[in-house]
Ligand binder design. Structure first.
Ligand code: GGG
Length: 357
């Protein structure tokens, strides 16, 4: 029996809807395994800007630091897409949270549930058995470098920067993970063009000397984008920089059938944050159709990584598997052969998973 404090930070758009389901799943696990989970809530993103003027209010950050884990939703709002001059934006809350909590490693498992082989636009014979674990570096790169305008606003710049220290710490996390899997690591960069990538490759090669049992390959990001679709099974652990990881994992979500299936764990120096890789999806917000499985699978990662509760985490994954085996789908993972009565909304899909726990 464990006592744990979980901070629920739904954020914007469908973040609100899917995180509510993720929390219900944590509750069901606590009841089944005799744990005591207590919850608090905090604001981030557009909802935080509206309430306080800040994308990540100090109070939210303090609550994050004081909790054992954070179950997070998404940030974003379309109003900022058409207002490039906005000084405060929802995404600033996300970046500040990552920096302040030292969340330098973002784990994004790309796991295809067998039942979803046909949901993907990639051919089943290419996909079957694909299982990739991405390590996206999360607190450096072009996201955090100096940015600005010059020449009276006619020229814009974003600086990309990496230090040896930053590359080495994510590299070691990825190599450690490769040792527990198929012992293959692919480091993705653009070392034929970028100086940050040349340093990245140099550090990966040095760290690799401490892991002689792990087979290492280096790929350029453009080639990786192609190989993920052509031959996803060639990858085991992939480690890459912040921007490349952001883009490649959206692409790789198609291996798992949908963005709505992909969970993530952001870990580092303190409290871990667990969230779907998808954003706030305002086009479907409030319609009750968002896929809650990424939030549910994020809860499974939380149980495993932050609380060391392997059996509890597996109970969640098995429940998802059973629901998919029974043929239930949300709209994003349904296909022409899915019977209408098996296509569920957010809440109903959550209830099916809860019933299997
Ligand atoms: N749950 C992920 C999320 O809210 N994504 C929105 C976003 O702004 N993502 C940028 C990033 O992950 O760097």
């Amino acid at each position: 029996m464990a006592n744990k404090k979980i901070l629920v930070v739904p954020g914007d758009g469908i973040g609100q809807e899917v995180t509510a389901v993720g929390k219900q799943v944590l509750d069901a696990i606590a009841a089944k395994f005799g744990h005591s989970f207590t919850y608090d809530e905090a604001l981030i993103g557009h909802v935080a800007i509206e309430a306080t003027g800040q994308a990540l209010p100090d109070e939210s950050l303090a609550k994050m630091k004081a909790s054992d884990a954070v179950l997070f939703g998404a940030v974003g709002h379309p109003k900022y897409d058409n207002d490039p001059s906005a000084k405060v934006r929802p995404e600033q809350g996300l970046l500040k949270m990552r920096k302040e909590l030292g969340l330098y490693a973002n784990l994004r498992p790309i796991k295809l549930f067998d039942e979803l082989l046909d949901a993907s636009s990639i051919k089943p014979e290419i996909l079957r058995g694909a299982d990739i674990l991405f390590f996206r570096e999360l607190t450096g790169d072009i996201y955090f470098g100096e940015k600005g305008r010059k020449n009276d606003g006619d020229t814009a710049y974003d600086m990309a920067e990496y230090s040896r220290y930053e590359v080495e710490r994510i590299a070691r996390k990825a190599f450690d993970a490769a040792r527990t899997r198929r012992k293959k690591l692919c480091s993705v960069d653009k070392a034929n063009v970028l100086e940050t990538s040349r340093l990245w490759r140099e550090v990966i090669q040095k760290v690799a000397q401490d892991y002689p049992d792990v087979e290492v390959e280096h790929q350029f990001v453009d080639a990786t984008a192609m190989l993920l679709i052509k031959d996803p099974r060639r990858f085991d652990v992939v480690v890459t920089a912040n921007l490349f990881g952001d883009i490649l994992t959206d692409e790789a979500s198609q291996i798992a059938g949908s963005m709505g299936m992909l969970a993530s764990a952001s870990i580092g120096d303190g409290t871990g944050v667990y969230e779907p890789i998808h954003g706030s999806a305002h086009d479907i917000t409030g319609k009750g159709v968002a896929n809650p499985l990424a939030s549910i699978l994020s809860a499974a990662l939380l149980l495993d990584i932050s609380f060391g509760m392997k059996a509890e985490s597996e109970a969640v994954i098995n429940a998802v598997d059973k629901v998919l085996k029974a043929g239930y789908r949300t709209g994003d993972i349904a296909d022409a052969s899915t019977p209408k009565d098996k296509i569920l909304g957010t809440v109903a899909m959550g209830e099916k998973v809860l019933a299997e726990i």
